[in-house]
Design a protein around this ligand. Structure first.
Ligand SMILES: [Zn+2]
Length: 178
């Protein structure tokens, strides 16, 4: 979720404190409407948010570079078919493969998801909603014949791209069998 070819101001999935992300147009206005967000109460939350803001130069970029190096051609911020306000982080539309790079904090990574103690319930709810939305997006895509590869931001880039390659290979195999 970051600088994409297509501006996507309605995407609130990544939560607050992302006003400085490079994005198309009116994203900031939408972010501002989530004004019930508690103020970050300690360095931990602040660090998480800082990490979130650097995703443009972080795991997602590294992943895209490795995909490109292996000859995959992709599109960013590709619309989820049948869902106006959702986009696929990195899409291979020709193959109907959708890749999402999920931030450990915002998407409730089982390894790293430790919720801030202050305002714990607010954060827990927020992250639960994100997870539910992720599942719903996966279902929507599956219904349209897409394959979904979800990658945690903590995953090694080569492992992550291996998984995408596996998915593409399976697709090729099933095409041959048909
Ligand atoms: Zn993680």
């Amino acid at each position: 979720m970051n600088s994409k070819l297509v501006p996507n101001p309605n995407d609130g999935l990544d939560g607050p404190a992302v006003g400085h992300r490079k994005r198309g147009t009116s994203g900031a206005a939408v972010e501002a409407s989530t004004s019930t967000r508690p103020t970050p109460s300690g360095p931990t939350v602040g660090q998480r948010m800082a990490r979130q803001r650097t995703r443009d130069t972080g795991p997602e970029v590294a992943l895209r570079q490795e995909m490109h190096r292996r000859g995959m051609r992709y599109r960013l911020s590709w619309p989820v078919p049948g869902a106006k306000r959702r986009t696929i982080d990195v899409a291979l539309p020709g193959r109907c493969v959708a890749v999402f790079i999920d931030g450990c904090f915002w998407h409730g990574c089982p390894v790293h998801a430790t919720w801030p103690r202050a305002n714990a319930e607010w954060w827990a709810q927020k992250i639960r909603r994100n997870c539910e939305r992720d599942l719903e997006t996966d279902r929507l895509l599956a219904d349209q014949g897409w394959r979904v590869v979800r990658i945690w931001e903590h995953e090694a880039v080569t492992d992550a791209v291996d998984r995408i390659e596996d998915c593409l290979r399976e697709l090729r195999t099933s095409e041959v069998e048909r």
